[in-house]
Design a protein around this ligand. Structure first.
Ligand SMILES: *Cc1c(COP(=O)(O)O)cnc(C)c1O
Length: 375
């Protein structure tokens, strides 16, 4: 695996910020959960995205789970959920024994289709929450979605796990709905080796989420519990990495954007190849450069060819309505997410790639079209 080029991998700062914050944690013996780094990371991330409060979790999945609890989701409640996403968006609905109804994407954003969402409201007027994703760092159509959800007075949770650094009309993703969940898993735009964050302007609920995430310990000298608890809190060591990574987030977004632009310039003219949609109202973080192939060169040709060169590329997420585990749940929409899955490709988007790496990848990809004679 040496010298393999990855889709995305951890990229610590050249300045060593992460080590400095971890060193502080060691010096103060703040190795156990909680401590200065957790508190500061919460404040710094909230400020970065323009949210009032934040609660640091040990995974993005935990952040989504506790957002559902914060909204008050209970057994049997219906939750509308983006169909085109990673399973971690939808699993927490099942943790609560609630019922996901999956909603298709549109081609304009690749994210939840407002028209399909409206149809879903007609079919399930008693829905309790809408869980919407900003996939690959592309913002969903938030004006339309918030308008529809506000009209029905239903709370919105944003899975912004892939969209830290992404803005929709100048406002950070994850701050439109009642709750936004971020992830710092190893492949995300910044990482704490593993971690997540829930943001909200609702101080009472964020305090509650911190309470739940530390085993729901009532204020008492002895161990007293009057609510179900979870062990979901971020460790102070992880938070130190996060504080350092947050300092280079803008640099990472700039590099991701550069990677997208290099691909677009080099491959943009190839028959049947189309890049993910970049709308004029969106400022994506370009977490992964994705594209669809609708001509003779198929995604599998590309995966196999790049693999032989020790370069990672992958299909886009397989939609939830196509997953065996979720097969029994309802799905509203057409075949957009299914088509995106059939034709979609994630290109290597690692911020440590050099110009030479990018040139080589582009040449290999172009070669597939030349072989084919259809350029
Ligand atoms: C990574 C990811 C998550 C889960 O985050 P973890 O920190 O890995 O638990 C949730 N949703 C999406 C869309 C993701 O990409």
């Amino acid at each position: 695996m040496a010298n393999r080029i990855w889709l995305a991998s951890p990229h610590m700062s050249d300045e060593g910020y992460e080590k400095k914050f971890i060193q502080e944690a060691f010096d103060n013996n703040w190795i156990a959960p909680l401590g200065q780094n957790v508190n500061e990371f919460e404040k710094e991330l909230a400020e970065k995205v323009g949210s009032k409060f934040a609660a640091a979790m040990n995974t993005g999945t935990a952040a989504i789970h506790l957002a559902l609890r914060a909204v008050g989701i209970r057994e049997g409640d219906i939750v509308f959920c983006s169909a085109f996403t990673f399973s971690a968006t939808a699993y927490p609905i099942i943790y609560e024994r609630a019922v996901p109804v999956f909603i298709d994407s549109d081609y304009e954003t690749w994210n939840m289709c407002p028209k399909a969402l409206e149809s879903a409201f007609e079919k399930y007027p008693n829905v309790k929450a809408v869980l919407i994703v900003h996939l690959y760092g592309l913002p969903a159509n938030m004006d339309r979605i918030m308008e529809i959800c506000n009209k029905h007075d239903v709370k919105v949770i944003e899975d912004a796990a892939e969209s830290l650094g992404t803005f929709y009309k100048g406002k950070h993703t994850g701050t439109f709905g009642e709750y936004g969940a971020f992830s710092f898993n190893g492949n995300k735009i910044i990482t704490t080796s593993g971690g997540g964050m829930l943001v909200s302007d609702n101080e009472e609920r964020i305090k509650k989420v911190r309470f739940w995430s530390t085993q729901s310990r009532d204020p008492a000298r002895h161990y007293q519990h009057s609510e179900l608890g979870f062990n979901y809190r971020m460790s102070n060591v992880s938070a130190g990495i996060g504080r350092g990574q947050l300092k280079v987030l803008d640099q990472r977004v700039a590099k991701k954007r550069y990677i997208f632009e290099v691909y677009k310039k080099a491959l943009g003219g190839l028959a049947g190849l189309e890049f993910m949609p970049i709308n004029e109202w969106s400022e994506p973080n370009y977490w992964l450069t994705c594209m669809t192939l609708s001509g003779k060169v198929r995604p599998l040709d590309l995966f196999e060819t790049l693999d032989k060169e020790n370069i990672e590329s992958r299909p886009v997420w397989k939609p939830m309505q196509m997953q065996p585990f979720f097969a029994d749940y309802d799905y509203i929409g057409g075949d957009v997410s299914e088509r995106l899955y059939e034709n979609g490709v994630c290109l290597p988007s690692d911020t440590k790639m050099t110009d030479e790496d990018l040139k080589r990848i582009c040449a290999i990809i172009k070669g597939l079209w030349e072989q084919d004679g259809t350029q």
